[in-house]
Design a protein around this ligand. Sequence first.
Ligand SMILES: [Zn+2]
Length: 273
Amino acid sequence: MKTWGKQQTIDNVVCTKGFIEFGNKQHVSVYTFLTEGFSIDVGANTIPFLQETLLQQKPEAIILTHHHEDHTGNGAFVEKHLHIPQYIHPLSVDDMRVTANNPQYRRDVWGTRPAFHAEPLHETFHAKSTWDVLHTPGHAFDHVALFNRNTAQLFAGDLFVAPKIKIMLEGESYSTLLHSLRFIQTIDYGTLFCSHAGLVDDARSLIDQKIAYMEEFADEVMTLHRQGKDADEIVAQLLPYKAIMEAISDGEWSRRYLVETVIQEAPELFALV
Ligand SMILES: [Zn+2]
């Protein structure tokens, strides 16, 4: 496993991207952002470039978008070296005090997430600008997006990531994610920064596409479900190609979970339309 990083400043935001490359040349990546003197997320602790960046940037505070270890993995490193407050959604404050017990494949890639002290986020926080903390669960129960009222920048964490969903992580909620995506479209944001895609050009229309895709996919699943097909048959018909993550994660990410979640959450899904 090889890691490296790169940095770019866009709209007064220092965007730091950390990469992890595997033997087969496939790679994963995650961003941290520095703006108005604070950092959004701290990244995975398997990427030294992100740790060096934190030491160089010396942020005055950290806001964490959600508890996943690729976003919080350096929380203990920050606590040891920087002595600054780190904030997360109130639902995850207690969990951060305990080292995460994640499956081995995640520890191999992103590292463990050692215990550290986090403080609860409030609905707004004040840096140079006033920021709204928008609870946007679905990908994770504690997920927040951060909206700068002055600049209309939106830091969307893992809310967007890609315009289509073909696989889901155990614990994600399809209907809640869809609800959060619809909610975010009611916010008058300009630029959108994603924790895995960086600055997203034309984000508003891509999120519209994602919402439309999710609605259509749920319709297709429910049509087949009503015809008596089970989850495996629906997967074979709608998502015939196995994603790499499915093999790597020993099924923690799966097409089956995605389909089952749609079926289980159908009452909420269709009530929201
Ligand atoms: Zn995540």
